[in-house]
Design a protein around this ligand. Structure first.
Ligand SMILES: [Zn+2]
Length: 461
């Protein structure tokens, strides 16, 4: 049934009604219907006079397009009783006003503004699937570029390193009562593989954070905050929560999955392993009919491929952050499992995948996020001169092992360097025959993983 000219919805089933998708919303008046889920709504206040400017909303339609909504102060009373975060609505008649350039939370050019004849009603029988949420994650570079210009508000997901200056090893308990006076909480958070950033959560966001953080049985380590603004404070980039901010922590299984998907790919870069020669662990490439070892001293034809660790991990101590490369034994010590075990148990559980399928970062590796270890590393001249920051881990010691003397570190490195460089060589060798290292990600990983020593094994003692 077509919609009546006056814009009022006809008496018909939902599926017959005409409606507009957000992507088609233009500026100006519209006598048509929108259907959306209300992701979030908040009061916008004049920061000086504290008067209400209106009610702002974040809406998502069934195509996953997000648009901002706005209810002017005089009309809030009429609609507020029906507003419930997460509910699905239909809206008849609205005005497409221009999205404001400051503190934007959606990319759309228009804002759906409620007008004198707007009719909002809850859709009880939801005809189709509406996404729960949509995030706008950005890299550290985007945060930098957007710093101090009051442009877009981005969402941030990352690993919490410190909460009000306390590490998460001994769980801090941020105090909601204290926050009433300090009004804020500071979290050091690391997003993607960028540096650690200071995130200031103010007022409601600070209170929400405390409530969420203290509600978990295990110390939460991941944090997702929406709508943060970037500012330069004392020379360093800081993120600040704004009024539309929401704290979405590691609560539901669904949020956790989303967080892991976002974070693990960056913290433990893909691919996390390569297929090595069964004899010498160098990279094995696909020959015409079999796997061939790339190590010129080995040249094993028909080698059996054995998955080996080669994972970049992001590590953090009290003052700095670095990227380490885990190879062979170090990977096994960290996770307790050999890479080949993890790969085969993945294929056992997902039998239908082809052998060329890249095994996702396993839980055994993801679960090491947040742990504390003592790493012995191999630092070469290249780590200081080149643009690489990836440092090879030679050994992982238990925490109670006394710090090794310089001499013993030298010996450790000497003992490990050949194996490490061989693996490095193997993985970094340019290689066009397909296989795990053929993609862009790996090339980048290789270019930053010490090509000097990869070509020319050497010992440093
Ligand atoms: Zn070999």
């Amino acid at each position: 049934m077509a919609m009546k000219r006056n814009g009022k919805s006809p008496v018909s089933s939902d599926t017959d009604e005409k409606f507009m998708f957000f992507k088609d919303v233009s500026l100006g008046p519209h006598e048509t219907q929108l259907r959306f889920r209300l992701i979030h709504f908040w009061e916008a206040r004049n920061p000086v006079k504290k008067t209400i400017i209106g009610l702002e909303m974040l809406l998502i339609d069934e195509q996953g397009t997000v648009i901002q909504g706005f209810i002017p102060p005089g009309r809030i009373k009429k609609y507020l009783p029906d507003l419930k975060q997460g509910s699905v609505y239909r809206l008849n008649n609205f005005y497409g006003s221009k999205n404001k350039p400051m503190y934007r939370v959606a990319d759309h050019i228009a804002t759906v503004s409620f007008t004198w004849n707007s009719e909002l009603s809850v859709l009880h029988e939801i005809p189709t699937c509406f996404d729960e949420d949509r995030f706008r994650f950005h890299s550290y570079e985007d945060f930098e570029a957007n710093c101090d210009i009051k442009g877009d508000l981005y969402d941030v997901v990352g690993h919490m390193k410190l909460v009000n200056g306390h590490t998460l090893i001994e769980r801090p308990t941020p105090d909601e009562v204290k926050i009433d006076t300090t009004r804020h909480i500071m979290v050091h958070v690391q997003s993607h593989d960028g540096p650690v950033m200071k995130l200031y959560l103010w007022d409601q966001a600070a209170a929400d954070f405390c409530k969420k953080f203290n509600s978990y049985d295990n110390t939460p380590t991941l944090l997702l905050v929406t709508a943060v603004n970037t500012k330069r404070l004392g020379g360093t980039l800081a993120l600040t929560s704004m009024s539309p901010s929401r704290i979405i922590s590691t609560g539901s299984a669904q949020t956790r999955r989303l967080l892991i998907k976002q974070v693990s790919a960056d913290v433990v870069t893909k691919p996390w392993y390569y297929i090595g020669c069964s004899g010498c662990h160098a990279k094995a490439t696909k020959g015409a009919t079999s796997l061939v070892c790339t190590n010129t001293k080995c040249e094993k034809i028909n080698t059996a491929g054995v998955p080996q660790y080669r994972a970049k991990i992001s590590v953090y101590d009290n003052s700095d952050q670095a990227v380490f490369v885990l190879l062979g034994d170090a990977g096994r010590v960290l996770t307790g499992r050999h890479a080949s075990e993890l790969v085969s148990s993945y294929f056992e559980a997902n039998g239908s995948e082809g052998a060329d399928h890249l095994v996702p970062v396993p839980e055994a590796l993801i679960s090491t996020i947040g742990q504390t270890h003592k790493f012995c590393v191999k630092v070469t001249q290249h780590n200081f001169s080149g643009d690489t920051r990836a440092i090879t881990v030679t050994k992982i010691l238990s925490l109670d092992t006394p710090s090794p003397t310089e001499a013993s570190v030298g010996n450790d490195i000497a003992a490990m360097s050949e194996g490490a460089t061989q693996s490095g060589d193997a993985v970094c060798e340019p290689h066009k025959g397909g296989g795990v290292t053929a993609d862009e990600e790996s090339k980048r990983a290789c270019s930053s993983a010490d090509p000097e020593t990869a070509k020319r094994p050497r010992c440093e003692n």
